[in-house]
Design a protein around this ligand. Structure first.
Ligand code: HPA
Ligand code: ZN
Length: 334
């Protein structure tokens, strides 16, 4: 079996995916027309030409601009459904999906329209594609902790629909401890805790997320590799890191895929996973992330299989479901 076939055939979970970051320019233009909204980009080529970032903030500016055309429950359904079909084609069997409600409610889109649209598509994905899906509500870290508490209140009727909470957007200058009280509250409410940390921010941000806040998972975590004592803690606690190779490359977190930390993290015994982050913006869904990072780093088949196993181990699925998916991996590889 070629490595490409192996990657394709392995059942995988995707644990770091912003649904608004799966907004392909084709669908964006369709929804702009449907909602009678003028987009700055008049052609597909124009839109794609803008996808040339040199840091996180440049990407975020375009990401928030693109999502302006998402207005109705149907829009959020269509966005999510398009992602799920694409994920199914890569043999993704389970997804834990971030969404950014504050980016929509700030524009007057009701929280319920956003959430119900996504949930309807997730239910359909389970039924028609056999993909299970969990939703993770993300707070925007460039906003205040008070704004986060407001979101927690507005979202109350749907709390049982979310497996956890996340923290994303501009990292520098917005450390985990800015949200300490909010995360304490979320923990008390029984949410799993995720946080983007160490994408652009220093290892200290990963330490805060892990040691002060007590998160269950670190999103990205690249810069942990600058801190040997932190690497040891990550290994001893088996705290999952959701790495996103093509995102790292697009946002200049790394300058070549050969500089991806995935191989070093595997070899250090860390619970690293491979994910797409914002696949419409960064040039590839999860399968392509596996392929490209493997090619650049010369990963072995055993390391590819380890990444697929880690994706389920690091998920928030119950133990019986993890076992079932791991057995399906064994069936492909034995
Ligand atoms: N980092 C921070 N915020 C984000 C990202 C990311 O990679 N994607 C979408 N929002
Ligand atoms: Zn992300």
């Amino acid at each position: 079996m070629t490595q490409r076939d192996l990657i394709q055939r392995l059942p995988k979970a995707e644990l770091h995916l912003h649904i608004e970051g799966s907004f392909e320019p084709e669908l964006m233009m369709q929804l702009a027309a449907r909602n009678k909204i003028d987009l700055r980009f008049k052609t597909l080529d124009e839109a794609k030409a803008a996808y040339n970032f040199s840091n996180l903030q440049e990407f975020l500016d375009l990401y928030y601009e693109g999502m302006q055309v998402l207005r109705t429950e149907e829009d959020f359904h269509d966005l999510t459904w398009a992602y799920l079909q694409r994920a199914a084609a890569d043999n993704v069997r389970h997804v834990e999906m971030f969404f950014d409600p504050q980016a929509h409610t700030a524009r007057g889109v009701p929280f319920g329209a956003v959430t119900e649209g996504i949930l309807a598509a997730l239910a359909r994905g389970e039924k028609e594609l056999g993909i299970s899906g969990y939703l993770i509500m993300s707070f925007l870290r460039h906003l205040s902790e008070e704004d986060g508490f407001d979101l927690l209140k507005v979202s109350e009727p749907w709390h049982d629909k979310f497996i956890g909470v996340g923290l994303d957007s501009s990292e520098m200058g917005h450390p985990p401890l800015k949200f300490e009280r909010l995360y304490k509250r979320c923990e008390a409410l029984g949410f799993k805790l995720c946080m983007h940390a160490g994408e652009e921010g220093p290892p200290q941000y990963v330490r805060e997320a892990l040691l002060d806040i007590g998160v269950d998972r670190i999103d990205h975590g690249n810069r942990s590799m600058e801190d040997p004592a932190l690497i040891e803690i990550l290994r001893d606690t088996q705290t999952p890191l959701t790495n996103c190779p093509l995102s790292n490359l697009s946002l200049c977190v790394i300058h070549d895929l050969k500089d991806s930390p995935v191989k070093a993290q595997l070899e250090a015994g860390l619970m690293v996973t491979v994910n797409s982050d914002d696949p419409a913006y960064f040039g590839g869904y999860v399968g392509r992330n596996y392929e490209q990072v493997s090619q650049a780093l010369g990963l072995s088949d055993a390391q590819i299989i380890q990444l697929a196993r880690n994706s389920f181990e690091a998920s928030f699925l119950p133990g019986v479901s993890k076992k079932r998916h791991l057995a399906a991996i064994d069936a492909v590889t034995h």
